[in-house]
Design a protein around this ligand. Sequence first.
Ligand code: UT7
Length: 340
Amino acid sequence: MSQIKPVYASFKSIGAYIPEKILSNKDLEKMVDTTDEWILKRTGIKERHIAADDEYTSDMGTKAAELAIERSGIAKEEIDLVLCATVTPDYFNMPSTACIISDKIGIRDVQAFDISAACSGFVYLLSVAKAFIESGMKKNVLIIGAEKFSSIVDYTDRSTCILFGDGAGAAIISATSNKEEGFIDLHASADGSYADFLVTPAPGCINPVSQRVIDEGLNFVQMKGNETFKLAVKTLTKDVKEILIKNSIKSDDIPHFIPHQANYRIIKAVGDALNMREDQIVVTVGKYGNTSAASIPMAINDIWESGRLKNGELMLLDTFGGGLTWASALLPFSGKSIET
Ligand code: UT7
């Protein structure tokens, strides 16, 4: 009897797109009652990038995806699934941003869809790509986390407008028979009882577009910042501790801990709880702010482009966001290292 050979999902390449325009803390001082000092001290954010008026989530996602495809060495014709994670899609109902990106890249007649898991979106996509690949249904999956978060931010609300930025990141996840190249473990979860911690009340069937929606600003993101902060530290720490223990890996053995980039104080608290050294922790929040589903792939792209991330090195991803959702992943980078 012939045995079925196991297939593993492997992380083959990374790409990102960062919009040109910078919104600095000094710029925000002119817009709301805040200071550069307050923002830096409470969040670690110095600046964030904002997409141009005519630059959409799909445009940023397409540019990140094209880089990821080029760096993977596979032809776009070999991609058999396109997934996009975003809470700021080009259109709130249809078509999906994944369909629009597929068209812009020139990927035809391939399954494409979006998922909504807020800041956890990219790691959620890793779990979907893994399931499709390891079940034998797909071979090369293009995953994209892209956000034009500025489109749902109220720039008169100082509690949210200082945090968020725009951008996109993408990766190619491919089938491999080499277990060493495969994901080691992945855990994703959610608790909808905290749905009101981070919410954009409209548009949706509860609040369809109306004059009331505009008057009350229901189309903007609302956040219970302090409560979210505390739960984020607790959940992120618990989640990574569990995945490390389950896989008998010490935090010392992780060269690249890549947490969601929401607030430097959250990253520091989780890093300290895990006894991580500074050189193990990837921090990009200072220059990009919180880019939601794009935050983790933009951070991976940063360390890849600077030559810090090498083939075979372990990445520990850890994320938390609206839903509430959270996820962690332990996996090697199985693509080419950049020559530096
Ligand atoms: O990505 C998804 C997950 N999201 C997060 O993880 C975000 C988590 N939350 C946070 O990052 C933080 O809670 C914030 C940065 C949003 C707020 O920081 P905080 O230390 O939790 O401040 P706070 O909300 O407890 O507010 C403290 C004070 C308040 O003033 P009073 O009541 O003490 O007089 C706020 O009104 O800071 C005030 N404040 C500000 N002051 C200057 C709030 N925002 C600002 C601001 N500038 N931008």
